[in-house]
Design a binder for this molecule. Structure first.
Ligand code: DAT
Ligand code: MG
Length: 141
């Protein structure tokens, strides 16, 4: 049961928002069977972004990454389901869209690593969000 409650943080980046890919991303996670438990459109602050990308702060592309992520609102979401962290990353594709297979989000909708339209966590998130039972649960598990 607990494994069905695994959660991951997915965010559509400013280019994904501007290019109208929000619905497509939601559709893919939703029709896969994952459950949306939180969603918020937000213009991320520099503090939040610095914290979010702390492990990358010494990389040469960090200033460009900050500018890109601050360039408009993002759509932050939490999705729930068995194996959602790992499967979510597979659905996103590789960090560099050039290495992402067709059928993945980055493989289908973007070209360059500096505009790769979506973020997905690589580890399980802790959160204090809503918990509810989806009526589809008994048809999925
Ligand atoms: P991911 O987003 O796949 O988890 P990451 O955590 O290593 O990848 O990097 C975060 C973001 O930083 C990534 O989505 C795009 C940007 N980035 C990573 N490597 C880059 C590079 N070599 N050049 C430009 N941007 C890069
Ligand atoms: Mg990452």
């Amino acid at each position: 049961m607990a494994e069905q409650k695994e959660r991951t943080f997915i965010a559509i980046k400013p280019d994904g928002v501007q290019r109208g890919i929000i619905g497509e991303v939601i559709k893919r996670f939703e029709t896969k069977g994952f459950k949306l438990v939180a969603m918020k459109m937000q213009h991320a602050s520099e503090d939040l972004l610095t914290q979010h990308y702390l492990d990358l702060k010494d990389r040469p592309f960090f200033p460009t990454l900050m500018k890109y992520m601050s360039s408009g609102p993002v759509v932050a979401m939490v999705w729930e389901g068995k194996g959602v962290v790992k499967t979510g990353r597979v659905m996103l594709g590789e960090t560099n869209p050039a290495d992402s297979k067709p059928g993945t989000i980055r493989g289908d909708f973007c070209i360059d690593v500096s505009k790769n339209i979506i973020h997905g966590s690589d580890s399980v998130e802790n959160d204090e969000l809503v918990h509810y039972t989806s009526c589809a649960a008994s048809w999925l598990y």
